[in-house]
Write a protein that binds this ligand. Structure first.
Ligand SMILES: Nc1ncnc2c1ncn2[C@@H]1O[C@H](COP(=O)(O)OP(=O)(O)OP(=O)(O)O)[C@@H](O)[C@H]1O
Ligand SMILES: [Mg+2]
Length: 213
């Protein structure tokens, strides 16, 4: 069975797509199969020239087939990129995925949006996506600490690395990713696997609590 990861959240521009591609590339570099799934109706993706699969899940039936097929696929990663401003889809995907991550950047607006999403998707984990080459200074850190306090254990505060050329990731061909992109991809995949383990631990705890109670 493939691990289905949903990268979602209502707010636009939180780094969902970039993070999804970094995870896929990182998985491949770690010799684990991975495929990216496009869901947003108005975007396009070219599958050729990528070291990982790129699947078209823009149509509901197509997406359902991809997810069903992944259940019988070997162990790998299916990374489903959400679209933003699409709460019903977020809900549905969060229920189907083994792990939902909600990227956010260090701004008041992103923090408010991710907090709302976490209320409606209680099993989701928030992940800090870095888009500025800032060393996460005091103000940003305070926002993240506030979120961690509100949702203890559900905020991954290891930031995804800043990538100088994200255009390369989403470009026509990714046959020869630069060292910087490869390093960021490995790092992002590391964050993902940690999040996946954390999710599994939380599920185990919930099961034992239910049995004890
Ligand atoms: N790790 C990163 N380093 C540098 N820039 C980044 C990084 N991640 C994302 N960005 C930039 O941030 C912007 C938003 O990223 P992206 O398109 O991945 O967000 P999104 O959440 O998928 O947006 P949308 O809601 O429109 O689908 C883009 O310009 C992208 O290049
Ligand atoms: Mg996107």
């Amino acid at each position: 069975m493939s691990n289905i990861v949903y990268v979602g959240g209502q707010k636009g521009g939180t780094t969902k797509t970039t993070t999804s591609h970094l995870i896929c590339l990182g998985a491949i570099l770690r010799k684990q199969p991975a495929a990216y799934v496009l869901t947003y109706p108005h975007r396009r993706i070219k599958a050729e020239g990528r070291p990982y699969g790129a699947l078209d899940g823009r149509d509901g039936n197509g997406l359902a087939q991809i997810i069903t097929a992944s259940h019988s696929m070997g162990n790998g990663w299916l990374i489903v990129d959400g679209g933003g401003n699409w709460p019903a889809f977020d809900q549905a995907m969060a229920e189907q995925a083994h792990l939902t991550i909600l990227p956010f950047r260090a701004s008041e607006e992103d923090l408010e949006a991710v907090a709302r999403d976490m209320e409606t998707m209680p099993h989701a984990l928030a992940a800090f996506g870095m888009v500025h080459e800032q060393a996460c200074p005091g103000a940003a850190q305070r926002l993240i600490d506030g979120l961690s306090k509100a949702f203890p254990g559900l905020v991954i505060d290891t930031p995804v690395w800043f990538v100088n050329s994200t255009a390369e990731l989403l470009g026509a061909s990714l046959e020869n990713p630069s060292t910087a992109v490869r390093n960021a991809a490995r790092h992002t995949f590391g964050i993902l696997t940690t999040a996946f383990e954390l999710r599994a631990e939380l599920a185990d705890e919930a099961t034992s609590a239910a049995h004890a109670g």
